[in-house]
Write a protein that binds this ligand. Structure first.
Ligand SMILES: Nc1nc2c(ncn2[C@@H]2O[C@H](COP(=O)(O)OP(=O)(O)OP(=O)(O)O)[C@@H](O)[C@H]2O)c(=O)[nH]1
Ligand SMILES: [Ca+2]
Length: 570
C-alpha cells in the first residue's frame, strides 16, 4: 500500500499551526507502526522536515558561495592605502595611493582615480641651516594624507619618505640630521612608520636585493623606479624587453637615464628586474649635478672660473657675459625669488645678461663633457660615465617636458610648428628666438608664467640640445623620443614605481585578513555581505524551525477529543 504520508508532506507544512476548530474535514491517517490508538489528523498532515531541509541547505550553500565569491574573487577586493613622500631638491610632495588587493594576490592599482598628491616648496635640503623646519614642512602634507585615508586604516597604512638629489648634495651628517627631524614627525603621524622608511634613495650604488612576488630588483634607484612606472602604465612590463621604453629624466639637481640594454656593462650601472618569467637587464644611472637647476648654477660658476669664456670677452675683468640669460635681465628689476639677496647682488656684480643660444649651448656642452678625458670605456657620452648605446624608444620627463611644453605653446602662437617628431631641431630655432629676445618683452608676453621658470627657458632649451643631441647623440629629428610627464593621465613619477615594487612585496608577505576586507570594503561589498548575513540568519531560523517539533492536532478516539501531538519521529 502506498504510504499516504508521502502525498501529504508538502501541504501540511503550510497548515501545521492553524486552529483545530476551523480545520478542514477530518482525514483518516493510519500509521503503519503506531500503537493501537488510531490517530486522526484533521487536515493536518504529517509534516516531514524534508522540504525545509532542502530549502535550508540551498540557502546555506548559496550564502557560502556568495560570501566566498565576494571575499576571494570579486574584483572589489579590499581597499588599502600607501603613502610615499618624494623629497626633491626643489620641493617635497606627498603621494597618497589607494589600491585594491584581490584576495591576497597582487595589488591592483588605479593611479587615475586612486592617487592624490600635494607639493610644498622648498625641498628638504633648503633646511640645512634650520633643521626643525624640515620636519615642520611635512605637517601640511600629513594633514592632507589624513584627509585622504580613512582613520581606521591609518595604523596599517605605511608611509615612506624617499629623498633624492637635493639631499644627496648635502654632507651625510647634515642629511641624517634632516632625516631625523622628519622621523620625529612621521613617528607621531598616526600612519605606520619605521625609522628606516625615511631615507635618501640611492642614485647609483647597489641596494639590497628585493625579492618580490613578481619582481626581483637588484639594486633599485630613482631611475629604475621611473622605468617601472612608465612600463607598468604603458603595459610593456612583463613583455618583450626590446619593446620596453627607456626613461631620461631631467630633475632639478640630478638627471636619470634608465633603459633596457643587452650589452655587457659594469655592475655599478647594471640593474636586473624579473617580472613574471622575464628578466630585464637595465642600464641605470643618476647623474648628480646634471639636474637643470644645479647645472644652471654650475654653468654660471664655470663662466666665472673661466672654464668657458664666450666669444665676446667679458666687459671688464670682474664682469662676465651670461649667454644663458635674456639681455636686459637685472635681478633688482624683477621680483624674482632667485635665492637670497647675497646671490642677487653676486649676480649683479659678476654678470651681464646677454642671451645667446649658441654660446649657451656651447657652455652647457663644456659642462656635460667635463671629465671626458678620464673616460675608461670605449665611449662616454657624458663626462667619464659609462653608458651603452641608447636603444629603443624613450620618454623624456620632468624638465624635458616642462621646457617642451613651453616652447610648443610659444611657437604655436608664433605660427611656427614645433613638431613633436622633430622637437630638437625646432627647439634650436625656438631657443635662439627666445634667448635673444629682450627680458622686459618676455616678461610682458608671459605675465602668467612663474618668472623663475621663464628666466630659465633660455638655459633649458640650450642645455636640452647639448644633453640629448650633442652628448647622447640623439638625432635632431629622432622620432624615438617623446616628451611627457604622464601616460594615459598617469604621472610618470618615480615614487609610483617605488610604490609598485614595495606593495608587490607587501602583498607577497601579508595575506589580506578578512576583517580588513569587510571593514575596508566599499558600500556594494558591504551590502552584499549584509545580504549574505540575512540569508545565513534565515537559514539558521529555518533550521531551528525544522528542529523544533512540528506539532499537529488530532482527534483521539479513545479520549473522544482532539489532542496536540508531535509529528515525525516514529
Ligand atoms: N618650467 C617649469 N618647471 C617646473 C615645474 N614644476 C617643476 N619644475 C622644475 O622641474 C624640475 C624637476 O621637478 P622635480 O622633480 O620636482 O625636481 P626635484 O624632484 O625637486 O629635483 P630632483 O631632486 O633632482 O629630482 C625642477 O627643476 C623644477 O624646478 C613647472 O611647472 N614649470
Ligand atoms: Ca625629482
Amino acid at each position: 500500500m502506498r504510504r499516504s504520508h508521502a502525498r501529504n508532506r508538502v501541504e501540511s507544512k503550510s497548515k501545521s499551526t492553524t486552529n483545530p476548530q476551523k480545520m478542514d474535514p477530518i482525514k483518516l491517517q493510519i500509521r503503519s507502526n503506531s500503537r493501537s490508538t488510531a490517530l486522526f489528523s484533521r487536515n493536518s498532515r504529517q509534516t516531514k522536515p524534508i522540504p525545509s531541509f532542502i530549502a535550508v541547505s540551498i540557502a546555506i550553500s548559496l550564502a557560502l558561495f556568495a560570501f566566498i565569491y565576494i571575499v576571494f574573487f570579486s574584483s572589489k577586493g579590499s581597499v588599502k592605502y600607501g603613502i610615499i613622500i618624494d623629497g626633491g631638491s626643489t620641493g617635497t610632495r606627498i603621494h597618497v595611493i589607494r589600491y585594491r588587493v584581490d584576495g591576497g594576490k597582487n595589488p591592483v592599482f588605479d593611479f587615475k582615480e586612486g592617487l592624490d598628491s600635494l607639493r610644498v616648496n622648498p625641498g628638504l635640503s633648503a633646511y640645512a641651516e634650520d633643521l626643525a623646519l624640515a620636519g615642520y614642512s611635512l605637517k601640511e602634507l600629513l594633514e592632507f594624507a589624513r584627509r585622504k585615508v580613512p582613520k581606521k586604516q591609518w595604523g596599517e597604512t605605511e608611509i615612506r619618505l624617499m629623498a633624492t638629489a637635493g639631499m644627496r648634495l648635502l654632507d651625510d651628517e647634515v642629511q641624517e640630521r634632516i632625516l631625523e627631524q622628519c622621523r620625529k614627525v612621521l613617528r607621531v603621524s598616526g600612519f605606520k612608520f619605521r625609522d628606516d622608511w625615511a631615507s635618501v634613495i640611492t642614485g647609483n650604488t647597489m641596494c639590497m636585493v628585493l625579492i618580490l612576488d613578481s619582481m626581483i630588483v637588484l639594486g633599485s634607484d630613482e631611475g629604475v623606479y621611473a622605468w617601472v612606472v612608465a612600463n607598468y602604465v604603458l603595459g610593456t612590463l612583463g613583455g618583450n624587453p626590446l619593446h620596453t621604453t627607456g626613461i631620461i629624466e631631467l630633475g632639478g639637481a640630478s638627471a636619470q637615464v634608465t633603459f633596457f640594454s643587452n650589452e655587457p656593462m659594469p655592475s655599478e650601472f647594471s640593474r636586473s628586474i624579473k617580472f613574471g618569467n622575464i628578466t630585464y637587464s637595465l642600464y641605470s644611472h643618476s647623474f648628480l649635478h646634471f639636474g637643470q637647476n644645479v647645472a644652471h648654477e654650475s654653468l654660471r660658476a664655470s663662466l666665472v672660473n673661466g672654464d668657458f669664456s664666450p666669444a665676446a670677452d667679458s666687459l671688464h675683468k670682474e664682469m662676465y657675459i651670461d649667454p644663458c640669460t635674456p639681455k636686459g635681465y637685472f635681478p633688482e628689476s624683477s621680483n624674482l625669488s632667485l635665492g637670497s639677496v647675497a646671490e642677487k647682488s653676486k649676480y649683479i656684480s659678476e654678470f651681464k645678461a646677454r642671451g645667446n643660444f649658441s654660446e649657451c649651448r656651447s657652455a652647457a656642452l663644456t659642462l656635460l663633457q667635463k671629465g671626458k678625458e678620464r673616460c675608461s670605456y670605449d665611449h662616454c657620452y657624458l663626462g667619464s660615465v659609462f653608458m651603452p648605446k641608447l636603444r629603443g624608444k624613450f620618454l623624456a620627463t620632468e624638465n624635458f617636458f616642462y621646457t617642451s611644453k613651453f616652447f610648443l605653446c610659444l611657437l604655436l602662437d608664433q605660427f611656427f610648428r614645433l613638431r613633436q617628431r622633430a622637437f630638437l631641431s625646432d627647439l634650436i630655432m625656438a631657443g635662439k628666438h627666445f634667448c635673444e629676445e629682450d627680458w622686459s618683452k618676455l616678461k610682458k608676453k608671459h605675465q602668467s608664467l612663474n618668472e623663475e621658470d621663464l628666466l630659465r627657458y633660455c638655459f633649458s632649451s640650450a642645455y636640452i640640445v647639448a644633453l640629448l643631441h650633442d652628448s647622447l647623440e640623439i638625432a635632431l629629428d629622432d622620432e624615438r623620443i617623446s616628451f611627457a610627464n604622464q601616460v594615459n593621465d598617469i604621472p610618470l613619477d618615480w615614487a609610483l614605481g617605488a610604490f609598485i615594487l614595495q606593495s608587490t612585496s607587501i602583498s607577497d608577505v601579508q595575506q589580506t585578513d578578512w576583517i580588513t576586507i569587510i571593514m575596508s570594503s566599499d558600500s556594494s561589498t558591504l551590502i552584499s555581505i549584509t545580504a549574505i548575513s540575512a540569508i545565513l540568519m534565515f537559514a539558521a531560523w529555518s533550521i531551528s524551525k525544522w528542529r523544533k517539533p512540528q506539532l499537529k492536532t488530532v482527534y483521539d478516539l479513545e479520549k473522544g477529543r482532539y489532542i496536540v501531538t508531535r509529528i515525525g519521529r516514529s
